[in-house]
Design a protein around this ligand. Structure first.
Ligand SMILES: [Zn+2]
Length: 330
């Protein structure tokens, strides 16, 4: 049993076990797991989150950010796969907030489909690009400082952002406050139970927290959100959870310990070895997928076009099928 410098964000516990002492890049990174609930986090923090991101943002601010065609297309394909996960909630025009808009590819897809979209992105270079290139409405800054009207969004999405934040419980509570009473919050995070990546790649300096389905569900419940369902990606690497508001909001009275979760996750992380991994088809499938993607990108980006032109072409089939104006006309 070990002590930690940051109490558990889920149950408040302070008794932890060490899961790993190395990061993906081989640098020292102490990753701990709460013995009471199984939440996993970096302790001590590898960096001061604000400073870490602001430094990166300063770099991107110095020169006007403009992504390469292949990166726009890659992000465009990701945006389409994200849309497929949530299209059931978008059958009519919705007010959508995308937290961590990045280069704007996903928000632009929804906007092109006829939805009212707002975004928030702390990286000024990315945010400026998405506003300039796609005409998006994006607040520049950190989500914890953003100002949105309470109860105003039908759908809030937060793709691969929650694991980077210093207080994920607070962020979930904040997002809940911006949802309409019947709104849906879509959270996607990496799955700490995943074994699709090499064992040394499990823990990452930028990921301050790591979740499995049970700990994410419980953290959401603690902050007034109820899981309607979740998806696990085919390779097991990502969890997408669909959450709705529970009423009334009751906080801080909840016993958030999860018996057995710490042992369950610890066993998976311990047993995850290179030998086991290479006995599965996953590493070979990944190499093949990367090769295919590289050929596809070369084909699609043979000429230099603007991000907007690239995405308009990529999204065209979707727009024909799913545009809400068209849908309403019919
Ligand atoms: Zn805990």
């Amino acid at each position: 049993m070990n002590a930690c410098s940051i109490p558990c964000n889920l149950c408040g516990g302070a008794e932890v076990s060490i899961l790993s002492n190395r990061s993906r890049s081989g640098k020292p990174l102490r990753t701990v797991i709460c013995q009471a609930c199984g939440l996993v986090w970096s302790d001590p923090r590898p960096h001061e989150a604000r400073q870490f991101y602001e430094e990166e943002y300063r770099l991107s601010y110095k020169r006007a950010y403009s992504p390469k065609s292949k990166h726009v297309l890659r992000a465009g394909h990701v945006a389409l796969s994200r849309f497929e996960k949530i299209e059931q909630f978008l059958s009519s025009r919705k007010a959508v907030l995308d937290v961590g808009t990045g280069g704007g590819e996903f928000a632009y897809l929804l906007q092109s489909l006829g939805h009212g979209v707002e975004g928030i992105e702390p990286n000024r270079g990315y945010a400026d690009y998405s506003i300039r290139e796609y005409g998006l409405t994006v607040q520049v800054g950190f989500v914890q400082e953003a100002a949105f009207v309470p109860d105003s969004f039908d759908v809030v999405t937060i793709w691969h952002v929650l694991e980077h934040t210093e207080d994920p419980g607070f962020i979930l509570a904040l997002l809940r406050s911006w949802l309409k009473p019947d709104g849906i919050l879509v959270v996607e995070v990496p799955n700490v139970e995943a074994t699709c990546q090499a064992p040394r790649s499990t823990f990452h300096e930028a990921h301050l927290y790591n979740f499995n389905v049970v700990s994410l569900r419980r953290l959401a419940r603690k902050h007034g959100l109820h899981e309607s369902r979740h998806l696990i990606s085919r390779d097991g690497g990502n969890i997408t959870m669909f959450l709705s508001r529970t009423e009334p909001l009751v906080q801080d009275r909840y016993d958030a310990s999860i018996p057995g979760n710490c042992e369950w996750i610890s066993r998976i992380v311990r047993r995850h070895s290179n030998v086991r991994r290479h006995l599965t088809p996953l590493p070979y499938v990944r190499v093949w997928q990367r090769l295919c993607r590289s050929f596809q990108e070369r084909r699609e980006t043979s000429d230099e076009r603007s991000g907007k032109a690239l995405l308009d072409q990529l999204y065209a089939p979707r727009l024909q099928l799913h545009s809400v104006e068209r849908h309403e006309e019919i």
